[in-house]
Unconditional design. Structure first.
Length: 210
């Protein structure tokens, strides 16, 4: 009996997080709640929260809108939101948006934020992003603190609409409804890893996700 009790206590100790502080997660999107002109950010946040709750991971979710008054995103606004999120000490930031081509401002902002892990959507055009000229930032950005997520369809196979590409798309998760909703599931997984291993670096969590 004593051995069983000790084993149970050891299992609890190994499973228990070393910190009680919620994981700070940023949401770079169209906004949240009443400040969301398109509703996209609010929907992504719902998936992220539900996925984190399923992993018993407490979050502090903070929005960093990157759209103008018309609800349209721009590379300049995304780059500014990336820098704001990093300056606010977010451990994980979800970006369920893509920009056609290479966005230098966005890449520079990501490179200047190495202490934050950015989990981003691959996009929904069914493109091989490894092909020349088909970059979709921030997914295509080469920074080590970026994890790009594709969508899994029925049977656990990549969805036909999901962008893909060896060396570009790092992780896969169910949407459904596009990579916008696959990315927050991986963001929740990243938050769970930081919650249980607060001493882990961004690089180690990124490796675990990949």
């Amino acid at each position: 009996m004593r051995g069983v009790l000790i084993g149970a206590l050891l299992a609890l100790a190994l499973a228990a997080p070393a910190t009680a502080a919620p994981v700070r997660v940023g949401l770079i999107d169209s906004g949240l709640g009443s400040t969301d002109p398109t509703g996209h950010g609010t929907e992504v946040a719902t998936v992220l929260r539900e996925s984190a709750a399923a992993r018993n991971t407490p979050l502090r979710l903070l929005p960093f809108p990157d759209v103008n008054r018309a609800g349209v995103g721009q590379p300049l606004l995304m780059a500014r939101a990336i820098r704001r999120a990093a300056a606010s000490h977010m451990r994980v930031v979800n970006i369920s948006q893509t920009i056609p081509g290479r966005a230098g401002r966005v890449r520079r902002a990501l490179a200047a934020s190495p202490a934050t892990l950015f989990v981003v959507a691959a996009g929904n055009e069914g493109l091989d992003l490894a092909e020349p000229g088909l970059d979709r930032d921030p997914c295509s950005a080469p920074q080590a603190n970026v994890v790009c997520v594709g969508e899994l369809g029925p049977g656990g196979r990549p969805a036909s609409n999901s962008n893909f590409g060896p060396g570009i798309v790092d992780a896969w998760a169910p949407g459904p409804g596009g990579t916008s909703f696959a990315a927050p599931r991986v963001s929740a997984h990243a938050a769970a890893l930081f919650w249980r291993h607060p001493d882990w670096s961004v690089a180690r969590v990124a490796r675990a996700l990949r």
